[in-house]
Design a protein around this ligand. Structure first.
Ligand SMILES: NC(=O)c1ccc[n+]([C@@H]2O[C@H](COP(=O)([O-])OP(=O)(O)OC[C@H]3O[C@@H](n4cnc5c(N)ncnc54)[C@H](OP(=O)(O)O)[C@@H]3O)[C@@H](O)[C@H]2O)c1
Length: 287
């Protein structure tokens, strides 16, 4: 049996972060045919195939399909999934990589993954633990909160001029997906990142008043931050026709932010990029 050619498998390639990761890998000189893009979204996979990438339609819950595609590659990027059972899915990717003697696994985790105050990170922590315990060579990229997460609120603020959130006086060192994708591409194409975990924050801690101010610039209208209590936010969201489940999820997220989950952890991101991270206004204007 001949060893496989060096090649990079990217789980989550069909998603928003994955799109930027693929572009960033090309920008750094990788040929599309050396990369296999994995996801479930077949129309998106067809577009990627037309752009020269290898593609594989594999559901992360299909352990056999996962093992098969992993075995044909030397390096694996695992962009965290979004299913409720994603932790088991991630662990099956790690098991497949271990079984196939994969050279390096890159995992996009969450900032403060090891801080057990933040339940939002439980899957990331369990995945990190499994990856480290596997003995595989790894790099963990603990991604911060995306600036783009505020784009739906930006659209609403165009009409209301009010950014209502139950985040109190919290700060977030949010970063753009583009920056986080570029950092992943840097790590995957340069030496010196074996068995390292990076905490990837934006350079600046933004308050919600800062975010409202950035929205004012982007929208060319006044936007103010209105702090609300969690129950008040739940009622506001329910009043807008949102399901109770989604409203509770969003309120919980605000409470997590209020507790400091996404405040700055250091300068790993700008160091990997070799430049300052993208600011709020540019991030909110992202395509
Ligand atoms: N840092 C943050 O602020 C933040 C916010 C939200 C999410 N996240 C995490 O970061 C990840 C990447 O962010 P994103 O913005 O790119 O999310 P996204 O646009 O929703 O993309 C998620 C990616 O995961 C793939 N995926 C999910 N479940 C899968 C499954 N069962 N089998 C195969 N592929 C599966 C999707 O594939 P298909 O679309 O082809 O099904 C897609 O490629 C998310 O999945 C989530 O874990 C981070």
């Amino acid at each position: 049996m001949t060893a496989p050619e060096p090649s990079l498998l990217v789980f989550g390639a069909t998603g928003s972060l994955g799109r930027h990761v693929l572009n960033a890998l090309l920008d750094r000189g990788l040929a599309p045919e050396s990369i296999t893009a994995v996801g479930r979204n077949r129309p998106r996979l067809s577009e990627l195939a037309s752009a020269g990438f290898n593609t594989a339609a594999v559901d992360l819950s299909d352990a056999v399909g996962v093992a098969d595609v992993v075995a044909r590659h030397t390096d694996v990027v695992l962009i965290s999934g979004s299913d409720p059972n994603r932790c088991a899915q991630h662990i099956s990717v790690i098991a497949a990589a271990k079984g196939a003697d994969v050279r390096h696994v890159y995992y996009t985790s969450g900032v403060r993954a090891d801080d057990d105050r933040f339940q939002i990170n439980a899957d990331h922590k369990a995945t990190e633990d499994a990856l480290i315990a596997s003995g595989l060579t790894y790099t963990i990229l603990r991604n911060t909160w995306y600036i783009e997460n505020y784009i739906p609120a930006l659209a609403a603020c165009r009409h209301t001029g009010v950014l209502a959130a139950a985040t109190g006086d919290a700060v977030v060192a949010a970063a753009s997906r583009l920056d986080l994708a570029e950092a992943l591409a840097v790590v995957a194409t340069t030496e010196g990142h074996d068995n390292v975990s990076y905490g990837l924050s934006g350079d600046t801690d933004f308050s919600y008043a800062d975010i409202a101010e950035a929205m004012s610039v982007v929208l060319e209208r006044d936007v103010i931050y209105q702090p609300v209590a969690p129950d008040e936010l739940r009622a506001l969201l329910a009043g807008s026709g949102m399901s109770e489940e989604l409203a509770s999820f969003l309120v919980n997220l605000d409470e997590t932010i209020a507790a400091g989950a996404f405040a700055r952890v250091g300068d790993d991101l700008s160091r990997l990029l070799g430049r300052p991270t993208t600011g709020l206004v540019a991030g909110l204007r992202a395509p």
